[in-house]
Design a protein around this ligand. Structure first.
Ligand SMILES: *Cc1c(COP(=O)(O)O)cnc(C)c1O
Length: 510
């Protein structure tokens, strides 16, 4: 499709010129309509975003009016530039409301807790790390050591990215095979080169909440920053029965992040980062008056940015209120309980560890004879036959050599509840189909590749393409994920990382 016809067509309605609020799609001319048709065709190839059949990536509250509201709010905010809330004052007003809401549900008060709206979880994680590092540097002006970032090994990968960006040493503490960490293993690492400790609430791979209270006690005594990554759970745990304290109610928690685009049920592009104390929050800002144009003050990474996700999150939280969130959480909790019971009844399969909240991971139950095991990756591939997509997670060797098992991840949302009987039946039937089947192993070529690049060098893009093709993983379909995961498990990380890089780069290459 070419994009040459920019001139307005006959019949174009100019009646909204000079206003910021075009109100409907009816003003599309014929060329615009054709382009939208093409987009609709492309969208048909997408995994479904609604209905609960994809148990990761998407967080469906199950309400059409909520979707319509979010869409309308995004459209109204579309022309704004989020760069300057002083010029576009609706942005500041919506940010105030959203921050007040986030502070309130996480046990803070607006006097004691400040924060910013970020574009997503990764951005709030990165900013939390950067802020803590800058504070540490300010407090240790003559310390030449590389500041350390202590986390559990189940922490979100965004913190590895942060350590790389901010030139810190990532120090992942191995967890027990059930995904929990021995608090003592963290406490012994709290040297004065530690700029930040991160605890998850909960961790994405396992759904387990880290021992935040125990650790906070020690970090507070030593004056070390403690960030709680509640990107996943932050907007559902406040209403989850039986959840431990994980937020600003715990003294020693210096900040937390929570994603409105997950259990806030807002469209993608909005998260919140909160800090205990204005002083800490202001460290997060980049400001300069040293250039010959407008003073630049950026609390987050971007300069010019969309205000649409903010507007949608503002509208959605206003609509749902605490009550709507509580209802969603209660529904998720019912579904989680029902699914856990169902999994308990499947021989050879079990829930990984002791999750709290709406994430579950399933692993093979190795307490039964190996001929009865259900390989979770084969299970995930098989369950696609029933129209469900659950997410493969490869096995992982921790820094101390202990192995975390391969698993599948399920994100439970309010729409899951209607599907519980169907999902349960699908899991039982898939487990029956794959029980006792050997897990996929890396192909011989995968093994040879692992040996060739043992030294950590990266294979070239063309070599990666060859390897992917040979492994049958050059095109990614859910049914083919298990063999790819086996290759990832078998290869040294730098080689596996080069392969997945190539997969994604190929997907967007013109
Ligand atoms: C999703 C998630 C993140 C990262 O968030 P994005 O919005 O995907 O950038 C960080 N931590 C946890 C625990 C998450 O679940």
């Amino acid at each position: 499709m070419t994009h040459s016809k920019n001139a307005p067509k006959e019949g174009t309605d100019h009646s909204t010129e000079g206003t910021d609020h075009p109100t409907s799609a009816s003003r599309l001319d014929a060329w615009g309509a054709a382009i939208i048709e093409e987009l609709a065709r492309l969208r048909q190839g997408d995994a479904p975003t609604h209905g609960g059949r994809v148990l990761s990536y998407v967080y469906d509250h199950g309400s059409d009016s909520l979707d319509a509201l979010a869409g309308r709010a995004m459209e109204m905010a579309r022309p704004l530039n989020g760069l300057d809330p002083l010029t576009f004052t609706s942005i500041a007003a919506m940010e105030r409301d959203l921050l007040r809401f986030a502070v309130q549900i996480t046990g803070g008060t607006p006097k004691k807790v400040s924060g910013s709206i970020a574009s997503g979880g990764t951005e709030s994680c990165l900013l939390a790390v950067g802020t803590a590092r800058d504070l540490w540097r300010a407090e240790h002006p003559n310390d030449e050591r590389t500041p350390r970032l202590v986390t559990t090994s189940t922490v979100h990968a965004a913190f590895q990215k942060a350590a790389r960006i901010y030139d810190m040493a990532w120090d992942p503490v191995p967890v027990r095979p059930d995904g929990s960490v021995d608090p003592q293993d963290i406490i012994v690492r709290l040297g004065d080169d530690v700029a930040l400790v991160v605890m998850s609430s909960p961790a994405y791979p396992t759904g387990v909440i880290d021992p935040i209270e125990q650790i906070a006690h020690h970090t507070e005594k030593r004056g070390i920053s403690l960030h709680v990554d509640a990107c996943f759970g932050g907007l559902i745990l406040p209403w989850w029965q039986g959840a431990p304290k994980w937020d600003f109610r715990v003294p020693g928690v210096t900040g937390l992040g929570a994603d409105f685009h997950k259990y806030g049920y807002a469209p993608k592009g909005v998260s919140v980062l909160l800090h205990r104390g204005r002083k800490r929050h202001r460290r997060q800002f980049f400001a300069t008056t040293s250039w010959p144009a407008y003073p630049v003050v950026d609390p987050t990474f971007l300069g010019s940015k969309s205000a649409s996700p903010l507007a949608a999150a503002w509208a959605v939280t206003s609509y749902l209120g605490e009550e709507g969130y509580a209802e969603g959480a209660t529904s998720c909790q019912r579904s989680v309980n029902a699914l856990r019971q169902a999994v308990d009844s499947i021989e050879g399969l079990t829930v990984w560890g002791h999750p709290t909240g709406p994430a579950l991971a399933l692993i093979a139950d190795t307490s039964v004879p190996s001929g009865r095991w259900v390989d979770p990756h084969r299970l995930a591939d098989d369950v696609t036959k029933a129209g469900f997509q659950i997410q493969h997670q490869p096995g992982y060797v921790q820094a101390d050599g202990t192995i975390l098992p391969r698993s599948v991840h399920l994100t439970i949302t309010p729409v899951t509840e209607k599907l519980v009987p169907e999902l349960t039946a699908a899991l039982i039937s898939a487990a029956h189909n794959v029980q006792g089947k050997k897990p996929h192993q890396a192909t011989a070529l995968g093994r040879i590749a692992g040996w060739i690049w043992k030294n950590g060098n990266r294979p070239s893009p063309s070599t990666c393409r060859f390897l992917l093709k040979f492994a049958g993983s050059h095109e990614r379909t859910p049914q083919k994920m298990a063999p790819l995961m086996a290759i990832i498990e078998a290869l040294p990380a730098p080689v596996a990382e080069a392969l997945v890089t190539e997969m994604l780069a190929m997907a967007s290459e013109p």
